[in-house]
Design a protein around this ligand. Structure first.
Ligand code: ADP
Ligand code: MG
Length: 235
C-alpha cells in the first residue's frame, strides 16, 4: 500500500553552523529557513523527537505522509514545521494555503498556540475556525487573509456552505491531526467534502496514534503515494 521510506530532504543550508559539520538527526541538518529554525529554538526544542526525525525529511521534501505515533511524541511540530517552511511568508488575497483539521475545539486551540510560537519570527497569519466561537470573530479572523487555517471539520464545512467568499481553493497543504479520532467521531463525510473543495495537487499529511482499517483506506484514496512512518512498535 505504502511506498517505503526514501531519500531525505535536500539540504537547503540554513539553520546550520557555518562551515562546521552538521550532525545527522538534528534540526540543523534539515536545512530549515532561518525564521522557522529560530521559532524552534524559541519553543526550547533542542533535538527532534523520534517521530520528527523520521517524518520531517519526508514532509519537507513535499511528500504525502501517514505518520503513526503515540500521544506525546511531538506530532504537532512534525506537521507545523513543514507547513511554515513551505509557506514561508504572508501572502495577501490568495486565500489560505494550509488547512489543519483537528477533531476537537480544544485540540485546535492547542495547535494554534504551537503554531503561533513556532511562527513567531515569520509574518504568517493563522486563523482558528472552531465551534463555540462566534461567527463574527471568525469572519474577522478570515478578513485578515490568514495563510493557515486550523479548525474542526464541522465549523470549516459550515463556513464553506454559508460564507460566499470562503474557499479552500488555494490550499497547498492539508493536515489531518489525530486522524483516528477525526474518523471515530464521525467526521468522515465532512472530511471528504472538504477535501473535494481543495486542489488535487496539494500535499497531504496525516497524523494518528492508531491506524484503523477505515483510516488506512482513506489514506489510500485521499493521499498520493504516502510515506508510512510508524513508531508504534518502537516506543
Ligand atoms: P502528540 O501530538 O504526538 O501527542 P505533541 O505535539 O502535543 O504530541 O507534543 C508533546 C509535547 O512535546 C509538547 O509539550 C511539545 O511542546 C513537546 N515537544 C514537541 N517536540 C519537541 C522537541 N523536539 N523537543 C522537546 N519537546 C518537544
Ligand atoms: Mg497531537
Amino acid at each position: 500500500i505504502f511506498a517505503g521510506i526514501s531519500r531525505p530532504a535536500s539540504q537547503r543550508g540554513n539553520g546550520g553552523s557555518k562551515g562546521r559539520k552538521i550532525a545527522k538527526g538534528t534540526f540543523q541538518s534539515l536545512g530549515l529557513s532561518k525564521d522557522v529554525f529560530a521559532g524552534i529554538n524559541r519553543m526550547g526544542y533542542k533535538l527532534p523527537t523520534p517521530v520528527q526525525r523520521k517524518s520531517l525529511p519526508e514532509a519537507l521534501a513535499g511528500k504525502d505522509v501517514v505518520c503513526m505515533a503515540r500521544t506525546g511524541s511531538g506530532k504537532t511540530a512534525a506537521f507545523l514545521i513543514p507547513v511554515l517552511e513551505k509557506l514561508q511568508s504572508h501572502s495577501p488575497r490568495v486565500g489560505a494555503r494550509a488547512l489543519i483539521l483537528s477533531p476537537t475545539r480544544e485540540l485546535a486551540m492547542q495547535t494554534i498556540k504551537f503554531a503561533k510560537g513556532l511562527s513567531h519570527f515569520t509574518d504568517l497569519r493563522v486563523a482558528l475556525l472552531v465551534g463555540g466561537d462566534s461567527m463574527d470573530d471568525q469572519f474577522e479572523a478570515l478578513s485578515r487573509n490568514p495563510d493557515i487555517i486550523i479548525g474542526t471539520p464541522g465549523r470549516v464545512m459550515h463556513h464553506l456552505q454559508e460564507v460566499p467568499d470562503f474557499s479552500l481553493a488555494a490550499v497547498q497543504m492539508a493536515v489531518f491531526d489525530e486522524a483516528d479520532r477525526l474518523f471515530e467521531m464521525g467526521f468522515a463525510e465532512q472530511i471528504k467534502e472538504i477535501l473535494r473543495t481543495m486542489p488535487e495537487e496539494r500535499q497531504t499529511l496525516l497524523y494518528s496514534a492508531t491506524l484503523p482499517k477505515m483510516l488506512a483506506q482513506f489514506a489510500r484514496a485521499g493521499l498520493q503515494d504516502p510515506q508510512l512512518i510508524r513508531l508504534d512498535t518502537e516506543s
